[in-house]
Design a protein around this ligand. Structure first.
Ligand code: FEO
Length: 389
């Protein structure tokens, strides 16, 4: 059943509880939702569609919410297929519809659809343009690279509502009352938008001048009240690549367990020295997207890895590749390597880190040769001290 967000704004999004690998790479054990909204005014506007797997139930939900009225506008904030796969069916089903989107979206549209049938039915808008629906007047705000270049958001002053596209989204099916929004919103943000901190910060600056009482994203719950305030606070930190949580994140890639044991010993030393929080991840077995999230969450990171084929053990190489792709930056990083005959992990990790922005490598790097021994403890203690300094 469509649900009311406000008197005139209905939620008509669809859950896909069986979508367990979003974008073919992110584990979503709790599924995913694709949000779509309807503004019922003198003129009716549909706000975005849904993904391919859920187009038919979305059309049913839309028809139910319309209650026989004809929609006039389909506003497309983001053309990525998880939100735009219903455009063709919606435009066919409702010949009354005009598609409203950014000029960049209009340019990209033929990459996905045969637009020959949409002649005269596309209206492009630019920064500050408005669309009057009656009591509601949408103002369009361009938000390129949050998360694609054609993205825009829209603001409705009547209900103090910001339709924020992917911004403020999260993994998981729709749960209006989810009390731990940040957990899956953080993993979503850094893996989907992590590279685009500057564009997100620009959008936040534009939004700061608006009276916003609710944020309506394309994934995750509508945000209002204290939860919205907390989300805005976190987005301020995240988009600036700031440190959200004081502590140390220890990421390990260990072949036979010796490097992992040393990492655990280092974590214990850090706790004993009063570190507020030490999070440890086994890159060989844990969710890569969660490890990426933690690398952004903490300010101090320890990379502990075995040497492998004259380089670094591949799960750590993969992790560093993910971090580089997401423009990871502004962190202090300590290195622990292990190598039985020719340690090469630290050199390889250091080279990868050198290519990143504002990475401060904490010395000394610790080199182990096989299992952790009493003779290794002073070097590990020295590193723990340096990390805590
Ligand atoms: Fe939810 Fe960038 O699509």
């Amino acid at each position: 059943m469509p649900t009311n967000i406000t008197t005139d704004i209905r939620y008509i999004g669809i859950d896909d509880a069986d979508m367990h690998l979003f974008e073919s790479q992110y584990h979503t054990p709790e599924g995913m939702c694709y949000n779509s909204y309807l503004i019922m005014d003198e003129h009716v506007a549909i706000m975005d569609t849904t993904d391919q797997r859920t187009v038919e139930p979305w059309l049913t939900r839309l028809a139910e919410a319309l209650g026989g009225r004809q929609p006039e506008y389909l506003v497309v904030h983001h053309l990525e297929p998880d939100h735009a796969s219903g455009i063709g069916r919606a435009m066919e089903t409702y010949p009354s519809l005009t598609l409203v989107c950014s000029a960049k979206a209009a340019q990209m549209l033929p990459q996905y659809y045969d637009t020959s049938a949409l002649e005269g039915r596309i209206r492009t808008v630019k920064e500050g343009d408005t669309l009057a629906l009656g009591r509601h007047v949408l103002t369009f705000i361009m938000a390129p690279m949050v998360h694609w270049p054609e993205v825009m958001v829209s603001y409705d002053a009547a209900d103090a509502a910001l339709f924020s596209a992917d911004g403020f989204g999260k993994f998981g099916v729709y749960d209006a009352d989810a009390d731990d929004w940040a957990c899956e919103a953080r993993r979503y943000y850094f893996n989907i938008c992590g590279k685009y901190g500057q564009p997100v910060a620009t959008l936040l600056r534009k939004a700061a001048g608006l009276n916003i009482e609710r944020i309506l994203p394309l994934h995750g719950p509508v945000l209002e009240g204290q939860r919205m305030a907390e989300a805005l606070r976190l987005y301020g930190i995240w988009s600036a690549y700031g440190v959200e949580t004081e502590g140390v994140f220890v990421a390990t890639a260990s072949i036979h367990g010796n490097t992992a044991a040393a990492a655990q010993r280092l974590a214990d030393m850090l706790r004993a020295k009063g570190c507020a929080k030490v999070a440890v991840a086994d890159l060989c077995r844990s969710d890569m997207a969660e490890a990426v999230e933690d690398a952004f969450r903490y300010g101090r990171i320890v990379l502990c890895a075995s040497s492998y084929d004259a380089g670094v053990f591949t799960p750590m190489a993969d992790f560093l590749h993910h971090l580089a792709a997401k423009a990871w930056q502004r962190r202090r990083v300590a290195l622990v390597e292990n190598g039985s005959w020719a340690p090469s992990a630290a050199k390889t990790m250091r080279a990868a880190l050198t290519a990143m922005k504002d990475i401060d490598i904490v010395e000394p790097t610790v080199t182990l040769r096989g299992s952790l021994k009493a003779a290794d403890m002073p070097a590990l203690e020295a590193l723990a001290d340096a990390i805590m300094a």
